[in-house]
Design a protein. Structure first.
Length: 107
């Protein structure tokens, strides 16, 4: 399953677009973040009050699930800030071109 996080100004407006117009369905609702899904794609709609919007590395990105965030970061020899959220632990890193990748560990 593929997942991307989109930072949105208005979660309700984004939900109306993705659900009513593009055929996504709501899979998870964590308040400031709502996950919608269609086929093999999850889109995490993250509003202004989400931890993703407050994180220093802001921007749209894909999400890579990892079993153990600490081990993954040690293997990559990185020490970014780790965010604790109601959904799990995560951080964002940059690829060599500056594109964001979110590493996400579910609880």
């Amino acid at each position: 399953m593929a997942a991307v996080r989109y930072l949105v100004d208005d979660v309700d407006a984004a939900l109306a677009f993705y659900v009513d117009r593009l055929g996504f369905v709501v899979r998870e609702d964590w308040g400031p973040v709502v996950v919608v899904t269609r086929d093999d794609l999850d889109v995490w709609l993250s509003g202004p009050q989400s931890s993703a919007a407050e994180y220093p590395l802001q921007g749209n990105r894909f999400i890579l699930d990892v079993a153990d965030l600490d081990t993954t970061l040690a293997e990559l020899q990185l020490e970014p800030v780790i965010i604790e959220s109601p959904a799990g632990r995560w951080t964002a890193i940059e690829d060599p071109a500056g594109n964001l990748i979110e590493l996400f560990e579910s609880p």
